[in-house]
Design a protein around this ligand. Sequence first.
Ligand code: MRU
Length: 358
Amino acid sequence: MSQLRPAKIIQTVSWESGRLRLIDQNALPAIMRHLDYTDWRDVVEAIRAMVVRGAPAIGCTAALGIAMAARNLIAEGREAFIERLEPIAERFRTARPTAVNLMWAVDRQMNLARNTPGSVVDIKDALMREALLMLEEDLTANRRMGWFGADLLSDNSNVLTHCNAGALATVGYGTALGVVRAAVEMGKNVHVYADETRPRLQGMKLTAWEMVQEGIPVTVIADNMAASLMRQGRVDAVVVGADRIASNGDTANKIGTYSLAVVAHHHNIPFYVAAPLSTIDRDLPNGLQIPIEQRDTREMTHIGDTRIAPEGVNVLNPAFDVTPAELISAIITEEGVLRPQYTHSIEAAFDIARKAKG
Ligand code: MRU
């Protein structure tokens, strides 16, 4: 075991001097810079264009974006105010379709707006307080997931991950990478294999960047190398994040996650999903109804401005796939490690959370 060491702070979403601040993830790893926002329309566009991405990060960004929009909204009386806020909320809700944290955060803000007594100013204040609370809750949930999940990793283990479910995909610390960070903080040696994650390369650009910042050993692999590494006994566990988990545990995550789960199952390697309860959509009985975002095919056909596919070829570009629950060894949440049958363990986790809130 190595020395105990705390994780570095990478804060992806924040509120600084009246501005919404995001790390510009499209510029990483070449340039680390922040972008500041004062207009909610630009925040919606930042979510669409993936300046900010990752399920919890876009949820918290939308919550802050709505609070920011509310501050600048002029309306006579609370009814008119809420009526004017609705279409703004709808623009956030529909910015990306798969990660349910986005809809969860928008609904939480709009319910708060409707249920806050008092004047328009009271509602505006409540929305800002709630958004900042959501940022804090996300950090706390990630720390707790890390703490629960770290026990699943043995010392000197090789962990394969896909896409980026790290500090950059959350407010900070991360879900899947939070588990890795926590294991390292506990003194375990962990080496990460980061799938490069075509077509947008979140694994190579973002996961690898985070691990390098942290000094956690990381090796980038092309997406088609995972099965071969598993066969050679070089992967001890797979840990990924999630964009939406149905009531039965079926999990939508970055395209390519499903094939990893199939090969991990074939090689008897544990396959873990790390996600907060806000990623669980209890309205959906299973993963068949999870909407899958189809992104611009230019992400496939081009690298930067250079076309790499022949003109006129057909291209598919779904951003996510669904891994069936039976391929998932456990779901790591802030309320503990959930095991199959997920229909029961998910309900139990929500019960614990409800009781803890009082
Ligand atoms: O398209 P992206 O980059 O937003 O996709 C992100 C993922 O698939 C993550 O794994 C998921 O959102 C979990 S983030 C903690």
